[in-house]
Structure formats: C-alpha cells, structure tokens
Design a protein around this ligand. Structure first.
Ligand SMILES: [Zn+2]
Length: 56
C-alpha cells in the first residue's frame, strides 16, 4: 500500500485530479499543489513526519 503525503504539512489528505497538464495533487489541509511524497510503508511515513517536526 502506498501512502501519499503532503511535502509541505505532512498530511495524508491528498486529493488527486486530472488537469490539462496531467495528474495534479492538492492537499486539502494546507492547499499545497504539486507532487506529493510517496511512501511504501507507514514506518517510512512516520520517519518523514518526525523530520518535518524537527524542521518546524
Ligand atoms: Zn499540506
């Protein structure tokens, strides 16, 4: 199972839609648009979340 996460806020609330340039992604939590981070496991996702918190 792949996990899509927002690179900006870490939310998994990523919404994908088809735009004129192809697939696009929108974070419903912070409004980020662009390529999401994709993780193969919950563990990798949690590691990313920890790094995000360190950065503030
Ligand atoms: Zn976000």
């Amino acid at each position: 199972m792949k996990i899509y996460a927002c690179p900006s806020c870490g939310s998994k609330n990523i919404f994908s839609y088809l735009s004129v340039i192809g697939m696009n992604y929108l974070c419903k939590d912070c409004g980020f648009q662009g390529d999401p981070f994709i993780f193969d496991s919950e563990e990798n996702y949690q590691t990313f979340l920890d790094e995000l918190k360190k950065q503030g």
